[in-house]
Design a protein around this ligand. Structure first.
Ligand SMILES: Cc1cc2nc3c(=O)[nH]c(=O)nc-3n(C[C@H](O)[C@H](O)[C@H](O)COP(=O)(O)OP(=O)(O)OC[C@H]3O[C@@H](n4cnc5c(N)ncnc54)[C@H](O)[C@@H]3O)c2cc1C
Ligand SMILES: *[C@@H]1O[C@H](CO)[C@@H](O)[C@H](O)[C@H]1NC(C)=O
Ligand SMILES: *[C@@H]1O[C@H](CO)[C@@H](O)[C@H](O)[C@H]1NC(C)=O
Ligand SMILES: *[C@@H]1O[C@H](CO)[C@@H](O)[C@H](O)[C@H]1NC(C)=O
Length: 228
């Protein structure tokens, strides 16, 4: 009775907070025998915040350039499965690959390693080159002094250590006792990394230099994170 009723209902699959969750929900409902599912989508493509932009149109060109405009990284911590928050997504990928193996092998989802940091990565900012007039590497830019990097001279020499100094206490707490570590983080939940440095860490570290906070954070983010 229940299942025959469900066949008549058009189920609107709502948005849940995991990558492509609503499409997955639809698939699971279909597997459960509920065939009459409608997904409402506002855009003219699927994927939501997962969005690959291709620079040419030919889908058969396996060398075409593409860029990930939205989500692209899944966290995997070697040797620490307890820290792999994205296990659910990895499991989902396995599930979908298993599902498509027979009917749609070309739909296989492949993951590739994503290198977060490389000492030989090329850096270019403030029109600066390295001591030999070559393009800077990450390694050079994290060891060069403030004037070699073209930063304003109000940036303290030890600016790169501020990042670790600001966030190490949170990591330490998380390592010692995850529950307590999360509590400590929740206390600052309203903050971004920027606002934490700007409003909490730097006022304590350099109480008289509030005029320089913005430049200091910009220098850290440019050099350390490549996002300044
Ligand atoms: C730039 C960027 C980088 C990111 N990087 C990562 C990353 O590296 N790793 C990671 O895990 N996460 C990352 N994320 C987060 C991740 O993309 C999202 O958490 C995830 O995609 C959310 O999935 P969702 O299905 O909940 O929502 P969404 O992907 O936002 O899907 C919502 C869908 O609902 C549609 N919709 C909205 N309103 C309506 C309406 N009224 N009627 C009909 N349709 C509607 C939208 O068009 C969209 O297709 C990133 C996000 C961004 C923006
Ligand atoms: C990084 O730079 C330092 C000093 O400039 C050098 O001694 C070291 O070999 C470099 N390391 C890499 C991986 O390039
Ligand atoms: C930065 O390093 C260069 C090269 O080693 C040196 O000539 C310069 O005096 C240094 N500047 C400062 C402000 O330390
Ligand atoms: C972490 O701390 C909480 C108290 O906040 C305590 O109840 C819990 O047992 C601790 N966990 C470990 C693994 O020590």
């Amino acid at each position: 009775m229940l299942s025959s009723n469900l066949q008549l209902i058009t189920i609107i699959v709502l948005i849940l907070p995991i990558i492509a969750q609503s499409l997955l929900t639809a698939l699971l409902l279909k597997e459960a025998g509920i065939k009459n599912v409608t997904i409402l989508e506002y855009q003219d493509r699927v994927g939501g915040r997962v969005y690959t932009h291709y620079f040419t149109d030919d889908p058969n060109d396996d060398k075409r350039l593409y860029g990930e405009i939205g989500a692209m990284r899944l966290l995997y911590v070697d040797g620490r499965p307890d820290l792999t928050q994205d296990q659910l997504v990895f499991d989902t990928i396995d599930y979908l690959n298993e599902y498509n193996k027979v009917d749609n092998p070309e739909m296989e989802i492949k993951t590739i390693p994503f290198i977060l940091s490389n000492p030989n990565a090329l850096y270019y900012f403030n029109n600066k080159k390295d001591q030999n007039g070559k393009m800077m590497t990450k390694n050079y830019s994290t060891t060069a002094n403030v004037s070699q990097l073209g930063y304003p001279d109000n940036i303290p020499d030890n600016y790169l250590s501020f990042y670790d100094e600001a966030f190490a206490p949170f990591f330490k707490e998380l390592d010692q006792n995850f529950t307590n570590g999360l509590k400590a983080l929740e206390h600052y939940d309203q903050h971004t990394v920027y606002s934490y440095l700007n409003e909490v860490f730097l006022p304590e570290k350099l109480p008289t230099k509030w005029n320089d906070y913005d430049e200091i954070i910009k220098a850290i983010e440019t050099n350390l994170m490549g996002i300044g």
